[in-house]
Design a protein around this ligand. Sequence first.
Ligand code: ADP
Ligand code: ZN
Length: 714
Amino acid sequence: MNLQHASVALKKTFGYDQFRPLQADIIQTVYDQRDVLVLMPTGGGKSICFQIPAITLEGTTIVVSPLIALMKDQVEGLTANGIPAAFLNSSLDASQSRNVEDALLAGYLKLLYVSPEKLVSQGFQPLLKRLKISMFAIDEAHCISSWGHDFRPEYTQLRFLKNQFPHIPVMALTATADRVTRKDIADQLGLQNPAVFIASFDRPNISLQVRPGQRRMEQMLAYLKERPGQSGIIYCLARKTCETLSEKLNAAGFQAAYYHADLPAAKRNKVQEDFINDRVPIVCATIAFGMGIDKSNVRFVIHYNLPRNVEGYYQELGRAGRDGLPADALLFFSYADVQTYREMFEQSEGSEEQKELKIAKLNRMFQVAEAPVCRRRTILNYFNEVYDQNCGNCDVCQHPPQHFDGTLAAQKALSAILRTGEKVGMTLLVDILRGSQRREILEGRFHEIKTYGAGKEYSYDEWLFLLSQMLHHGYIEIAYDDFSHLRVTDAGKSVLFEGKRVKLALPKPDVKKAPTERQPVLQSKSPTQSLREALFERLVALRRLTAQKQGVPPYLIFSDATLKEMVEKQPLSDTELLMVSGVGERKLQLYGDAFIGEIRKFVLEKKEEGVNIKGSTQLVTLDLYKKGQSVAEIAEARGISPNSVMAHLVTMYERGETIDIHQWVGPEEMDLIQGALSLFEAPYMLKPIFDHFEGRFNYDAIRWALAHYQKHQT
Ligand code: ADP
Ligand code: ZN
């Protein structure tokens, strides 16, 4: 087996033209019979790494997966591409299991997904020994590590695979990259000198954005308005927030559902299914939602509250844009969230050490949210990946902060903090600086201090922005153990008493206005853009209908990326459709006619409305021809020359349409004409060939012989 086979299988089965970085190398390692450890981010394309060997090698690949939903999803995906695959887990009844086992023993399955429980169970061992196994793939392999957050005890028994089948390659895959976990996986599985592949954790198609959490709801409604009908997840910290938020969104006209661990299983399943099947676009959820969801067209992920750590943040936002199309991640952050977490962590079970670790990770998350540095750069560096450029696809890159001499502002704030005896929190401090009449101010007699009302030049939000930077630069700190009161650090004192200069980023005007960062909505759309959108919608509708009929999620029919490419290329024939990424042979066979039919219908309809799309005039001719009209009749009806009609038909034929060409050129004539082509040079002209045969063949015959020749050349 070699990579040539792998590439062919990639195109034939999945309709993809090339491997992503590392995929080919990983597959080659398996062909070389070596163990391998794969670290790739969510959406990076891990599945292909074991599916292609599974398809191309003799025997069955056993895939261990901890999540029932994921197994089902992957098996459906493979089946949709014509690959015999099945799963065995607790969701099957006895007779279903027996069917799968029969298929296995008959050697029919290329891939079998099993839960770790099933794989290690006594009952399964005799069966396993009778199979021809090409490889073991251990998905979500970090579950083996007790260091990680998804520890599954059954995973630790998987070592028996290497003991019992020392010569069968094992591939371990995970999206969790830290070093401890990595080593743990290799050790515990007993991998023998494994090849380790670490893909970049960058997800360049996801645009990253962080905004202060003030007036979140307002900001969010504006954000959602720009994304009508798009699929997205909104992560909330509290279960209650999921519910109230979803209620508010519905009241505002957005279709949303909520999901959290308190809901009965049936309800949770329904929400998940509705989301996967594009019936409900938005889900407000706790982080319980999303594990094992492979839905490729999630267009945005919003963190309504600050995530508890960078790992979680990145994993959750990674659920957006798996199809590689542009997607958005938006994070709201507020000090209140930090406080909530701290209380949560304090009260949580576990050792002091664990609590400290949690708090340290929270602080890092907070810093990532606050740093006026390229977001991607901050995050990837957090994961120890060297990334020393600015990404251009995050809010910091797009609106680089403007700095000003903030010494005076900082001094006002620092002085006020000291004068209150370091007994105020962030919001009260701002109110003091802005001279508010709040009850707490009067009660604390803070209106009597010198700096009361000294900072009216900045709005409330602007002050919060400045203070958070001062915090970030280390001039002040928050005493979490003392009601989150602010304290002036030594660095702060040197600003106040020694005149140390402070450079601060200017508050952005959009902090106040709930910004709309995407302008196109306001501009009128160009005609081609509206045409594209219209066709895309038609294809989405057809996909939904097809999915309903088949009882599978829409994205398993075709991904958004594939539909977008169809819109771009407007394939009018099988040959052309096959060139669209994501269309393999099986899907061409199953859905080709329907999708080509829809595109043709669209093109013809637009033509009727007077809008010309590339190829539409040829299509109109073809349409009439298929309805039984002769070339002369079509020319008459369309008011064009018979020559043009013929040219249209030739084009459509070359694009892959089946047309009986022998009415214009017989098989023997064709041989003669094609045989003479060596005398000429491409691109071939009709007249020299006509002259060569001294008028023996008419122009139509030559034209069709040429078209036939060209069509079968490529
Ligand atoms: P992971 O398991 O790493 O989260 P997947 O295997 O689900 O990622 O792949 C994510 C998406 O990328 C899927 O829609 C998959 O079909 C697509 N994909 C994977 N490899 C390729 C490739 N070589 N070319 C195009 N698309 C790919
Ligand atoms: Zn950036």
